[in-house]
Design a protein around this ligand. Structure first.
Ligand code: PLP
Length: 464
């Protein structure tokens, strides 16, 4: 056995003996040979054997400018030379303050034609905490205003807002969330704008947003009890890259305003250019009352999140110390200095490199490449919004009959793609692609073509 082979064996043994991987059936994991990542550059990841793979899901939807981007690398190194972490509880630091201004200015430019009300940044360290904070902020806001009846939320079927219990309570993916149901607080659930499998059997646009009408019926009846509605704007990511039809988001905003319900936009996945605009709300000129950001905020380098709200909500929490209006929430690594330094570099690059403008052509290339997959006999629905893509595989295209759980079709396609040098991850029967925004046109074509081959290889084979 060579040195490298024994090193690989050693790491694999340690992994299998001591680790518990997220969202992973460890019984299967133990039977598999893991890909051990040891390096990266741009849109590629390298494994311990030296094999390179296209990072087809941006290392779980986070990488913006690709891996080992000099400016972000240097920003972190420079910050390490000063300090890596100090608390924001009772202390200030430059990266947190500078980043907060940059975020607010970026949001102003993107949302609501520069007239965004969003003005206050509350940091945490991942998407789930950003959501928890948004929910708690909304809840306490109404308490502070003396509206005690508003103590629940509205969310959507197929929603995913993270894995902590508050975030799971507003989640709507049974396969993930059902087991925890005895622990969750009740919420009102609106239908998902899932046109391919419309639960009302309608077709867009003839439906005239029937799902919104159904949402309004619930809201009309219960709005006095609803503190906030939480939504993934335009794309329900983990629910299967479900793209809402144009106008839906604006309709949701209107309902929230009409019935005095706060709107929480969970842009953890859609933020920072993923949908082809800086923030998804920009597509429809919609600004929320509370905005949750994470994932791409540091360009995919470090865990950092932000929950951003308006001066109106913020000021409701102001009062004498003894009034206990304080927002009693915080995490140890809230606003970590390294994370903020990486995020500042990420935001500067987004502007300096005109990343969003430059990705527009690539969005077109992506669409054109996907068109070929649309013809496949098992590609039921091919959904795309910018760089967020989901291909829903079906057993029968005519009847839309889904593959069974035990078919593990998405997993098989991704496994085949991996053999061919592309790393993608499924969401059940949906094959997801979400490359870094910096991906080149050639890399993008290679990603889609390899995924297409993998789909053909797996779905056109006699099925076992
Ligand atoms: N919200 C949305 C829309 C997400 O897609 C995710 C993660 O995929 C989260 C929240 C949770 O983020 P995290 O995994 O960082 O807790």
């Amino acid at each position: 056995m060579t040195d490298i082979q024994s090193y690989i064996k050693h790491i694999e043994e340690l992994d299998k003996q001591y680790l518990w991987h997220p969202f992973t059936q460890m019984k299967d994991w133990d039977d598999e040979k893991p890909v051990i990542i040891t390096g990266a550059r741009g849109s590629f990841l390298k494994d311990v054997t030296g094999k390179w793979y296209i990072d087809g899901v941006s290392s779980l939807w986070v990488s913006v400018h690709g891996h080992r981007k000099t400016e972000i690398d240097n920003a972190i190194k420079d910050q390490i030379d000063k300090i890596s972490h100090s608390t924001l509880l009772g202390l200030a630091h430059p990266p947190a303050a500078v980043l907060a201004e940059k975020l607010i200015k970026m949001i102003r430019k993107s949302l609501a034609d520069g007239r965004s009300k969003l003005s206050r940044v509350f940091y945490s360290d991942n998407g789930s905490t950003a959501v928890e904070i948004g929910l708690k902020m909304a809840f306490q806001y109404w308490r502070l205003k003396g509206v005690k009846s508003k103590k629940t939320f509205m969310s959507l079927q197929n929603a995913y807002h993270g894995d902590t219990l508050g975030a799971v309570s507003v989640g709507g993916i049974d396969i993930f969330h059902q087991v925890f149901s005895p622990l969750l607080f009740p919420v009102y659930q609106a239908p998902s704008p899932y046109c391919y499998r419309c639960e009302f059997g309608k077709k867009y646009p003839a439906c005239r947003f029937f799902c919104l009408q159904a949402m309004e019926k619930i809201v009309q009846k219960h709005h006095k009890k609803i503190a906030a509605l939480i939504i993934e704007p335009l794309v329900q990511g983990a629910g299967g890259m479900i793209v809402a039809p144009q106008g839906y988001l604006k309709g949701v905003r209107k309902l929230c305003s009409k019935y005095d319900i706060l709107m929480i936009a969970d842009e953890v996945a859609t933020g920072f250019g993923r949908t082809g605009k800086m923030f998804a709300g920009e597509h429809e000129g919609v600004q929320p009352d509370i905005l949750c950001l994470a994932k791409g905020i540091t360009g995919g380098y470090l865990p950092l999140a932000a929950t951003i709200t308006s001066e109106e909500i913020y000021s409701a929490f102001l009062g004498e110390y003894t009034e206990l209006k304080t927002f009693f929430h915080g995490h140890t690594y809230t606003g970590n200095q390294l994370g903020c330094a990486a995020a500042i570099a990420n935001l500067e690059l987004l502007e300096k490199e005109n990343t969003i403008r430059r990705m527009q052509r690539k969005i077109g290339i992506f669409a054109k490449e996907l068109d070929r997959i649309r013809e496949f006999s098992h590609a039921g629905d091919v959904r795309q919004k910018g760089f967020m893509v989901g291909i829903e595989l079906v057993k029968d295209k005519k009847t839309k009959a889904p593959y069974k759980l035990e078919d593990r079709i998405g997993w098989k396609v991704c496994y085949r793609a991996r053999e061919k040098g592309v790393l993608i991850r499924p969401l059940g029967n949906v094959v997801v692609m979400m490359p870094p925004l910096s991906v080149s046109a050639a890399e993008l074509k290679s990603l889609v073509r390899t995924a297409a081959e993998a789909i053909q290889d797996v779905t056109e084979q006699p099925f076992s």
